[in-house]
Design a protein around this ligand. Structure first.
Ligand code: AMP
Length: 417
């Protein structure tokens, strides 16, 4: 990576303002999954060991819509992290009013700021209101952007060094993820960010071949750009989940009531043609687990490439699991985003778990497997094979945008080496 990291700066006695991704699921005052907190520990511990003063900030949930509730307050994370580190953390109830707490810090101290998205200017997102003129909308948006700069400047004033370790929001140009870098001397990547970019970057730019990409899930249009960008880089594509039915229909097959975005069919056809021209294997399901309803209690049948009318494909079928498994196992680099079926329902989880087992073999055979965030992570966790993967990305949206070939604003804004 050509960006500075924590290792490139002297931290002794310095105030380090660190953007982390502590957007953890909280329900009734309990953190349901602490993966993201643990993901930031190497950077946190390093700053403390080097004698820095650490100011942590993150967003969690959507507080700007409802105001801060106990389930969207960083207070719960501050207490939790304090327990893990065995160290006091000073909590500041407004991220833009931490002057006194920061001024009182000694080397090795930690301050945690309240949810950055409590301030709407953190994201500076604004939709045009009904009846609002174009000119008024533009003026309001520009004013919000000005406020965003002020918030970024305020946050920057707490630190001598900015560290971004929040890969999960690196695809957003928010006050705390990108704009802040304009107001602070040096901006560096944290270790989690560095690791994410190293894995994804190597996979895309410099893959050990054969390179197989596996794409599934339900958000078809979100992932089309990934197919387009990676098509000239991969040796094989493996397509499953709701995604697959767009390609199956584009090939003139019946998809019944399966998930399908009809306005994307031309694009799907284009991709199939492109793959053919470039000699890229483009694997689509040869059989499917079809259901008569979107339910674990539905009647099911294994069908071939055509889904009968009034039925829907909710998982890849047994022959496809074998076909995909054989293609995946030969890979030396695998990137996987999106489950092969509705794995949340037991009846439709075999495809995803079968593919997870094949992906686990890749690492066992000396290859590299990267799970691209979001639901694939939940699926891999559920399969019990998480520790058999080389890298599980913490950022679904960010990893997808990276795979689409887009520049991530949170990374682009960091200081060059
Ligand atoms: P995504 O966020 O795009 O990765 O989509 C993940 C979701 O896709 C999961 O909740 C799955 O249940 C769902 N999914 C996977 N396969 C299908 C399918 N064949 N039909 C409908 N939903 C699916």
């Amino acid at each position: 990576m050509n960006k500075k990291t924590l290792r490139d700066v002297d931290l002794k006695g310095k105030r380090v303002i660190m953007r982390v991704d502590f957007n953890v699921p909280v329900k009734d005052g309990v953190i349901k999954d602490d993966t993201r907190i643990r993901g930031a520990l190497p950077s946190i511990r390093y700053v403390l060991e080097q004698g820095g003063k650490l100011i942590l900030m993150s967003h969690m949930g959507r507080p700007d819509e409802k105001g801060i509730t106990p389930d969207t307050s960083m207070k719960i994370v501050a207490d939790y992290l304090s327990g893990i580190l065995g160290k006091k953390i000073v909590f500041v109830a407004d991220c833009a009013q931490a002057d006194a707490e920061v001024a009182a810090m000694k080397d090795g101290d930690i301050v945690m700021l309240e949810n950055t998205r409590y301030h709407k200017e953190e994201q500076a997102k604004r939709k045009q209101k009904d009846g609002e003129s174009e000119a008024d909308f533009k003026a309001a948006k520009a004013a919000l952007k000005e406020e965003q700069k002020k918030l970024a400047e305020k946050l920057a004033s707490y630190g001598d060094i900015y560290c971004n370790d929040a890969f999960g929001t690196a695809h957003r140009a928010h006050a705390s993820t990108a704009v802040i870098t304009k107001y602070i001397g040096v901006s560096v990547a944290g270790f989690l960010m560095e690791k994410e970019i190293a894995y994804l970057g190597n996979a895309v730019e410099n893959p050990v071949r054969p390179f197989v990409a596996i794409l599934g899930g339900a958000k078809v249009s979100d992932k089309l750009a990934v197919v387009n960008n990676l098509l000239n880089k991969v040796d094989a594509w493996v397509i499953g989940g709701g995604m697959a039915y767009n390609y199956i229909k584009a090939r003139g097959r019946n998809v019944g009531k399966s998930l399908c975005e009809d306005d994307q069919l031309d694009y799907a056809r284009e991709m199939i043609e492109k793959a053919k021209k470039q000699n890229v294997q483009f694997l689509l399901p040869v059989d499917n687990m079809a259901a008569d309803a979107f339910s674990n209690d539905a009647a099911t049948q294994v069908v071939g490439q055509d889904i009968p009318e009034n039925w829907m494909g909710l998982d890849i079928g047994p022959e496809t699991i074998k076909l995909y498994g054989d293609a995946i196992k030969t890979a030396k680099t695998v990137v996987w985003n999106g489950p092969m079926g509705c794995f949340e329902m037991d009846k439709f989880s075999k495809g995803t778990f079968g593919v997870a087992a094949a992906v686990a073999d890749v690492k066992a055979n000396g290859g590299i497997s990267i799970i691209g965030g979001g639901d694939s992570v939940a699926a891999v966790n559920k399969s019990g094979l998480a520790d058999k993967m080389s890298h599980i990305s913490t950022g679904g949206g960010a990893s997808l945008e990276y795979l689409e070939g887009k520049e991530l604003p949170g990374v682009a804004a960091l200081s060059d080496k």
